[in-house]
Design a protein around this ligand. Structure first.
Ligand code: FMN
Length: 274
């Protein structure tokens, strides 16, 4: 993907082959107590499928088999469920689509603990302390590899179609459908080579492009400006349907980590490979 222009909405040629569309990021309300996943040896998640399986095992996920419209209906259902601290929802029958949509992944303290690979007995305050610890100590460099599951399905050129995925329209006054809310984007600093993760909303503009707004002052914005000064387009990779831990990382400011990738490894013993 290449950013075409600045400042407001930057066009991206969308390219993704992940079957899950994760949306609707909400900050958790209240402490939730449960069993320790760590003690039970469950903290070995490596992707979104593992997260879904763990949530299901813990009674933290409900599959919605009834047909649901991506146009306002889906967002309304997940909002009502989240207000009651209900389970994450996996909509398996989105009208006109085969891919499922996951909502509410981050909406309870217990699910946050699952994402971080921490004990689900932790209160929100304890979990926050554990999170600060993770984000400030023992950063480890990321590894670069030549292949991975991401290359299993490739769609390119004219075949790219953003409407092939069940992006929801959340609110009546939204300008359109959002391909990503709980998603993240990776970019590379052209001067230092550091990799940055950023969680930025991605709105569908047409069948080939989604728009991303990098707010002024964010690291993503500062990196984009470096490319601008060099007269270059900024390559970017949008990850939709990835490990929820990376979405956390994308939304966090990590002090002391040269690159956000460095910090992910110790966070939950999950390897991030480029
Ligand atoms: C669900 C969600 C959506 C977000 N959307 C945006 C966005 O569209 N644009 C933006 O600049 N920041 C957005 N943010 C905030 C950034 O993720 C956050 O400030 C992050 O630290 C930015 O990373 P950066 O400083 O490395 O660019 C969002 C955060 C969350 C949790």
């Amino acid at each position: 993907m290449l950013f075409e222009s600045w400042p407001t909405c930057n066009s991206i040629n969308l390219f993704t082959q992940q079957p899950f569309h994760i949306s609707n990021f909400l900050i958790p309300a209240g402490a939730y107590r449960g069993n320790s996943l760590r003690e039970e040896g469950h903290n070995v998640m490596k992707d979104l499928r593992d997260f879904i399986a763990t949530c299901e095992k813990e009674g933290e996920l409900r599959r919605v088999k009834a047909e649901v419209d991506w146009d306002l209906e889906l967002s309304h259902i997940c909002k009502v469920v989240e207000e009651k601290s209900g389970p994450a929802l996996l909509f398996e029958n989105v009208k006109g689509y085969k891919s499922p949509v996951l909502t509410g992944a981050f909406a309870t303290t217990k699910r946050l603990a699952i994402i971080l690979g921490k004990s689900t007995n932790l209160s929100m305050v304890e979990l926050t302390k554990a999170w600060v610890d993770v984000a400030t100590k023992n950063v480890v460099p990321a590894k670069e590899v030549k292949d991975g599951p991401i290359f299993e399905n490739i769609v390119d050129g004219d075949k790219i179609d953003t409407f092939a995925f069940p992006s929801p329209k959340f609110y009546e006054l939204d300008g359109g459908r959002y391909f990503g809310t709980a998603v993240f984007m990776t970019i590379q600093d052209p001067d230092t080579g550091d990799i940055n993760l950023g969680t930025y909303r991605m709105g569908v503009l047409d069948s080939k492009t989604v728009g991303v707004q990098l707010l002024k002052g964010k690291k993503g914005d500062r990196i984009l400006k470096k490319y601008g000064k060099k007269g270059k387009k900024m390559p970017a990779c949008a990850i939709i349907g990835g490990d929820p831990l990376h979405i956390f990382a994308g939304a966090a400011t990590v002090p002391g980590a040269k690159s956000v990738m460095m910090w992910l490894e110790p966070c939950a013993v999950r390897l991030w490979r480029l």
